[in-house]
Design a protein around this ligand. Structure first.
Ligand SMILES: NC(=O)C1=CN([C@@H]2O[C@H](COP(=O)(O)OP(=O)(O)OC[C@H]3O[C@@H](n4cnc5c(N)ncnc54)[C@H](OP(=O)(O)O)[C@@H]3O)[C@@H](O)[C@H]2O)C=CC1
Ligand SMILES: O=C1OC[C@@H](O)[C@H](O)[C@H]1O
Length: 359
């Protein structure tokens, strides 16, 4: 569907937790540079009452109001839904995706895509067999700020030959106040600081160290190795450190902390090259608005970006454009990259002793 020259997508939102509330808030923002039109067609929740409460709280002025379903299944079988957005805990992504695929639905699924690479492969194989579009919602990769860094580093060579990225995402998740069924505490729900926030540090490592895929879907050739260590609390990694090492010596020193009282400086990312550095404050925290380029011998330059709302609309626009073009995977976050990230996370967990019952 197209109007005002832009593709229109009708979203079916699965789950009414925190991320779904952030996502819909961004979809309904008025934006002058929007690349697509977004309609929140239906909300699916484990309970009808919860779904209605979600609309009352987050979409009170939506017109027409989205349909509310008290099951996810009804979202998948609604013919008016073009794309299903999955905002459940990690452990349910595989089932939610497979169910949506079986109904021929396109999917945007929250990070981390699944619990492990085996699950991811199962989902992607099913998507291929059914011919539907599927993308992992690694929203950071769609930020104009990130695209600008990738251009400066990998195309313009603004900091020379890049050799190291240091990135930390630390966030006290107040685990002591959470019940045993919190997705951040319950291993069978995929509780893990690595999967929750360490994936951003890994993503920033890849962004800084590797040229972007450039919109073409290709076999990934970069095969870094990982050296990792985790601190566990009741089996959940509350802190994980990784060294991502490439054959030519490029290194990522990447970490995440989510335990109580983890008082660290704000999250950051530093990309180091032979002729300068790029420093992104809040870079690992997934929502930076600026970065500073320090090129040896030149003045520092600050790059600032506007970001109304949180910035989830960039990945949503990308989904709409890819589907309108008839593609089944994203050029920015293709299936091979989702699989490779899952494999790197699997190996990090193996070394850190982080095991999910589903493994
Ligand atoms: N991109 C980003 O910045 C962020 C991404 N995320 C990702 O989003 C996903 C969800 O996180 P978040 O929104 O924080 O999680 P929440 O716990 O806030 O919400 C998860 C929702 O999933 C549904 N659900 C279904 N089964 C269960 C179950 N057994 N236990 C708990 N919830 C269940 C519930 O919705 P209902 O009852 O309506 O069906 C629940 O509200 C994760 O993959 C996470 O990594 C999270 C935060 C930020
Ligand atoms: O992706 C995320 O970013 C923000 C955090 O609040 C959240 O736990 C995590 O899932």
């Amino acid at each position: 569907m197209t109007s005002n020259g832009k593709p229109t997508v009708r979203w079916g939102i699965v789950a009414t937790g925190l991320i779904s509330s952030w996502f819909v808030a961004d979809l309904i923002l008025e934006r002058k540079d929007a690349a697509a039109n977004h309609i929140i067609q239906v909300i699916g929740s484990s309970s009808l009452q919860k779904g209605k409460g979600f609309i009352a709280q987050h979409l009170p002025n939506a017109s027409p109001a989205p349909t509310v379903y008290g099951s996810y299944e009804q979202v998948y079988s609604d013919p008016n839904v073009d794309v299903v957005y999955i905002g459940t805990p990690h452990a349910f992504h595989k089932k939610n995706c497979l169910d949506a695929i079986s109904h021929g639905k396109n999917i945007l699924c929250e990070k981390t895509f699944t619990l492990n690479a085996t699950e991811a492969k199962e989902v992607l194989d099913a998507a291929q067999a059914k011919g539907v579009f599927v993308m992992e919602a690694m929203w950071t990769r769609f930020f104009p700020l990130v695209k600008s860094i990738q251009k400066l580093v990998h195309e313009d060579k603004a900091i020379g030959r890049v050799h190291r990225v240091i990135c930390d995402f630390a966030m006290d998740q107040h685990l002591e106040s959470k019940g045993p069924n919190s997705r951040l505490k319950n291993l069978s729900l995929g509780a893990s600081s690595l999967l929750d926030i360490g994936i951003y540090s890994l993503t920033w490592g890849i962004i800084g160290l590797e040229p972007p895929l450039g919109g073409s879907i290709k076999e990934l050739t970069e095969k870094p190795t990982i050296l990792a260590m985790s601190t566990l609390s009741d089996g959940v990694d509350i802190a994980t450190s990784m060294i991502l090492r490439y054959q030519d010596g490029r290194q990522g020193i990447l970490s995440s902390h989510s335990g109580t009282g983890m008082k660290t400086p704000p999250s950051f990312c530093r990309i180091e090259g032979s002729e300068g550095t790029i420093v992104v404050d809040g870079g690992a925290a997934s929502v930076p608005n600026s970065f500073v380029l320090k090129n040896n011998g030149q003045e520092e330059k600050k790059f600032e970006f506007e970001r109304p709302g949180r910035g989830f609309y960039w990945e949503a626009d990308a989904v709409a454009l890819e589907i309108a073009a008839g593609r089944k995977e994203s050029g920015t976050m293709p299936w091979a990259e989702t699989l490779r990230v899952m494999q790197l996370l699997d190996e990090t967990r193996r070394q850190g002793g982080v095991i999910f019952p589903q493994d």
